[in-house]
Design a protein around this ligand. Sequence first.
Ligand code: NI
Length: 188
Amino acid sequence: MTIRPICITGDPVLHNRAAEVTEFNDELRTLVADMFETMDKAPGVGLAAPQIGVGLRIFTYDYADDEGNERRGVIINPSLEIGPISDEPADEDTEIEGCLSVPGERFPLKRAETAIVTGVDLDQKPVRIEADGWFARIFQHEFDHLDGILYVDRLAEPWKEISTDIIEDNGWGKPGKSWLPGRDNLEG
Ligand code: NI
């Protein structure tokens, strides 16, 4: 297994729709193993394949709920169904999101409270997970990656403008920028 570099916003792979997985082979198993290792090292609660430069509809997740139950897995070719998103502004303390592809930054973002994700696992067995709260947020965030959407694309003002400035100040927002978990100290 290999820890792979994480693409930073501006790389085209992050801003285009990823393709369906059609080949369930050893190469896919290696990719997913690398995704878990990279996610754990980052560390992150989720990682989408485009974030390591692979434009395929796959994400991994690893989340412990309030009772300490660990939810960990991979979803391939997912569909996502979400509940309503409130019109209220995001809470600046409790609704803060981050992304390994915009490393070191966090911004408030309103998300749906509930989400249902369906897809398949590495053995093409159907997966269906009902999530709420933070777990639902992770699914919305990772699913967006597969459609070329970053959470900063969804921010309300003033966060949108602030994030745009930070991305520019860091010299991001152009192709070819990445960081390597374990080498570069850039938490998501
Ligand atoms: Ni992300």
